[in-house]
Design a protein around this ligand. Structure first.
Ligand SMILES: [Zn+2]
Length: 332
């Protein structure tokens, strides 16, 4: 495997707080020796675990980009035990554009792992995270939302764990983050995973890893941002990295697994009959797709194939064949 061409301003082996950039060489017409500057912050003090926290894996998912920016400004060497590494805009070109994928190479970072050190910018970022950063980590937290097209209530995502110890750690972190919901993957997530996600990359490196879906719809929710900031501090506290933080009482998390996805088979305008957190039964009509181009045509009604709670809903009204309209979760 070739070495990464990305150069970091941060020396991960030195105690203290460092801010700077991962510098990705990017030579283009308007800038022959240009660089993509991916912001990075490290706070290291004494003995303790290493945790990598990233936001902006998808560029149109905002709460954690703000929450991690606040954390970067607020924590100092004296607050931390161990090594905290933060990337607020992991796929920087996508995050700067406010789009899911990179406008430079159309790369979806979270479908690009394990990446390629000599590939496109998105492939180079994936490779750097998997091969340079993750091997140094004990914990990896990858914060998402539904992006521009989907909305999730605050939901933690985790696997079942590869061992009793890992499962215990995951549940401890889930309790610490204290989102109202957890989406638990009941398959995959093993060490041999071929997953193209950052979570898959962390699994390959034996790192304890969690994701979260925190709202979406291309906006920022005041409530979800507050929950995200609280959850991140509680998680760091639970692994001993923020010893001075005083965690408040836990609200509790409902564990779900996804049992149904409602997909569009027509292009048109979707009228949903349900919202997130609604309870639905098998056979209930989920909504209908209208065809205003032919207003005399009957809308196409779509049904839920399994009952449960609506965990995810499409945001834009205009839908195309193949779009995901709803996901339904059932209690684990
Ligand atoms: Zn995402």
């Amino acid at each position: 495997m070739s070495e990464s061409l990305i150069r970091s301003d941060i020396d991960l082996e030195v105690d203290g707080k460092q801010t700077g950039y991962l510098r990705l060489p990017h030579s283009v017409h308007r800038s022959a020796n240009g660089q993509i500057l991916i912001p990075a912050v490290m706070v290291r003090s004494g003995n303790g675990p290493t945790a990598l926290l990233i936001a902006g894996n998808h560029g149109d998912e905002y709460e954690a980009q703000i929450a991690l920016s606040k954390l970067c400004r607020e924590v100092d060497k004296g607050d931390i035990r161990g090594r905290l590494i933060i990337l607020t805009m992991a796929n920087f070109p996508a995050a700067q554009a406010g789009t899911r994928t990179s406008p430079i190479d159309d790369g979806n970072l979270n479908r690009t792992f394990p990446g390629d050190p000599l590939g496109t910018p998105t492939q180079m970022i994936a490779h750097y995270i998997e091969e340079v950063l993750l091997p140094k980590c004990d914990y990896f937290f990858d914060f998402h939302s539904g992006g521009s097209s989907l909305y999730y209530p605050p939901t933690l995502l985790r696997g079942m764990g590869n061992s009793a110890h890992e499962r215990e750690e995951l549940i401890k972190l889930q309790d610490a983050f204290d989102a109202p919901y957890a989406w638990v993957f009941t398959s995959g997530g093993g060490r041999e995973t071929k997953a193209r996600t950052a979570m898959g990359g962390a699994g390959r490196k034996g790192v304890i890893t969690l994701m979260a879906e925190l709202g979406g719809g291309g906006t920022v929710s005041k409530e979800i941002l507050a929950l995200t900031e609280r959850g991140i501090r509680r998680m760091l506290h639970s692994i001993g990295m923020l010893p001075g933080y005083e965690a408040d009482a836990m609200n509790g998390t409902r564990e779900l697994t996804i049992t149904d996805s409602v997909i569009a088979y027509d292009n048109g305008l979707f009228e949903p009959f349900y919202d997130v957190e609604d309870v639905v039964k098998k056979g209930d009509s989920a909504g209908q797709i209208h065809f205003p181009e032919e207003p005399w045509r009957e809308p196409k009604v779509l049904d839920f194939q399994h009952g449960g709670m609506v965990l995810c809903k499409r945001v834009p009204g205009r839908v195309e064949r193949g779009d995901c309209l709803f996901q339904v979760g059932s209690d684990l």
